[in-house]
Design a protein. Sequence first.
Length: 406
Amino acid sequence: PPRIVIAGAGHAGGSAAAFLRQYGWKGGIALVGEEAHPPYQRPPLSKAWLKGEASAESLALRPARFYAQQRIDLHLGIRVTGIDRAARQVQLSDGRALGYHRLILALGARPRSLALPGAGLAGVLALRGTADADALQAALGPGRRLAVIGGGYIGLEVAASARALGAEAVVLEREARVLARVAGTALSRFLEAQHRAQGVEVLTGVEVEAIEGEAGSVRAVRLRDGRRIACDTVLVGVGAVPNTELAEAAGLDCAGGIVVDLAARTSDPAIHAIGDCTQRPLPLYGRSGRLESVPNAIEQAKQAAADLCGRPPPQPEVPWFWSDQFELRLQMAGLAFDAHEAVIRGDAEAGGFTVFHLDPEQRVLAVEAVNAPADFMAGRLLVAKQARVAPELLRDPARSLRDLAA
Ligand code: FAD
């Protein structure tokens, strides 16, 4: 019987295997993953898991028995080392080859590394998998001092978790504000203030020049302006690089990610690609981009599984993302490309607020909510509908957003 091979057993790959069965695929499914674990969720690794508040079972994407029940063959601890498109087979790190009728690449991304003096010292860490999270957790506690290079979501979440574990934390950001790449100014400023109130030192507009050590272990981070930030652990959180090497070597179109369409098809009709490793269309915004989120991994897993089972592609979704820091629940939807105006509803002092990003025609492009789940849900609908709404209406607490979105 024909077999689908899924290369990469992370959130996207694991979800694709499940959707294939749900949509009626009767042939074989082989899920090949480099990590030793069946597919698991990464979001808790910087949040609940790091703080010791989540069990190993709660990380798993599906219970262990699911794979046998669904006839999904797991090949774990095994790397795909090559793709032979002509022979339709993948080479594995254990020397075997696995033939495929269709191949799904779900290879994810890896932390970007910094080519800095001292980057190889003990105590300089990155965070992608459970082993990374365990090493980080062991380094955090009372009397410890963490320096986070990069004020992105992962860096901020780890700084917040470090405080919860009793460690000191300092965030070093090169841009003028944290989250400069992914959030609006209001949200950045709010989070900087929250982190400072919780005892995190936040330095923006600073460039790291070197990491300094003693006897092979990190002792400080040196900034270009000459300042020396003492620490015993460094987390490098400066973004992720898509794992495109296998696809490039096989001659698939790649451009900052493996290029796919809305059915997750690559430039080879026998190969799909999904998740963090892809460059995908963003139909709401008339361009393409690479999304690094669980909702995107699931959406593209559905696209690939639907296509492979002869179903029509699912309706495109609004990109969305969440983050937890301290007692804050952040939810973001849409992308603020070409945003013209930011409208704030609610009151940060009172606990919850939402930022709407509008284009010059007052179309809602994106929404960012802090402890405001109902406004987030309504805002996401406004983004999906590309609704045009006057700022006064969005700002007016007496107006129901649900009615505006209806
Ligand atoms: P991955 O989950 O990375 O899976 C790819 C898998 O492929 C990996 O297991 C990798 O080892 C394997 N692999 C790579 N190359 C090969 C090969 N050659 N052969 C075999 N296997 C291979 N998203 C959110 O939406 N909300 C959050 O709050 C959030 N928090 C996050 C916190 C952390 C600390 C991290 C690291 C990520 C977070 N994300 C969050 C992002 C989210 O986890 C990713 O977008 C998601 O995991 C992407 O799924 P994926 O399957 O594409 O990649």
